[in-house]
Design a protein around this ligand. Structure first.
Ligand code: G3P
Length: 215
């Protein structure tokens, strides 16, 4: 499974990249607002750090507006993936982007039929928000299972990008189910790395090493 970082923070992205951990980056308007710079500037800076798919989201909600904004984003760098909301005008735009060879990430997916329609429009990635499904009393990982099965049944090329990942269990479940990608906040990437027995074991080795004769 590919691991993307869900962030607009350059320090986090640099650090995750240095760990060799990440294959790409996703952003959204909320993350870019925290970055405190104009969107294009942030996306270009990310492209300098990570050589992989970098999702940048359109803000328009009408067909022509989404097309104009998406084309502008895609022209910034070959690694840019245009993130489009899962609405009717968005799906029409995804179909056009697909015909033009522009990669898309269809976002704000909360149901299997939505994901099926996005795949039919030719989406490169579908982003189901598992954490937000859990927040409303649903089962986010069950949604991933459904979408992976449906895409497998009909050999869709659209990749399932598990998003709104809140903890390591979401990540592991996504990998077990066969999600193609999970996008994960930096805090959770760090949690993936941690194990108390690793820390205890290392401390013991370093303590015992003091007893090794110097020569
Ligand atoms: O990038 C979209 C998604 O990952 C948002 O996550 O935690 O705001 O639901 P969250």
């Amino acid at each position: 499974m590919k691991l993307f970082i869900d962030s607009g923070d350059m320090d986090e992205i640099r650090e995750a990249q240095a760990m060799g951990a990440i294959d790409g980056v996703t952003t959204n308007p909320s993350l870019l607002a925290k970055a405190g710079r104009p969107t294009k500037e942030t996306l270009l800076a990310i492209c300098e750090i990570v050589d992989g798919p970098i999702s940048g989201e359109v803000l328009a909600t009408d067909f022509e507006g989404i097309l104009a904004e998406g084309r502008e984003l895609a022209a910034l760098h070959p690694n840019i993936v245009v993130k489009v909301p899962l609405i009717e005008e968005g799906l029409k735009a995804v179909k056009t982007f697909t015909d033009e060879g522009i990669k898309t990430n269809v976002t704000l997916c909360f149901s299997a039929p939505q994901a099926l329609l996005a795949a039919k429009a030719g989406a490169t990635y579908i982003s189901p928000f598992v954490g937000r499904v859990d927040d409303t009393g649903g089962d986010g990982m069950e949604l991933i299972e459904q979408i992976v099965s449906i895409y497998d049944n009909y050999d869709f090329d659209t990749q399932v990008l598990t998003a709104s990942v809140r903890h390591p269990t979401h990540f592991i479940q996504a990998a077990l189910i066969g999600s193609h990608v999970a996008t994960v906040p930096f805090k959770v990437i760090r949690q993936l790395l941690k194990h108390p027995l690793t820390d205890i074991g290392l401390a013991r080795f370093l303590e015992d090493a003091k007893k090794i004769p110097a020569s």
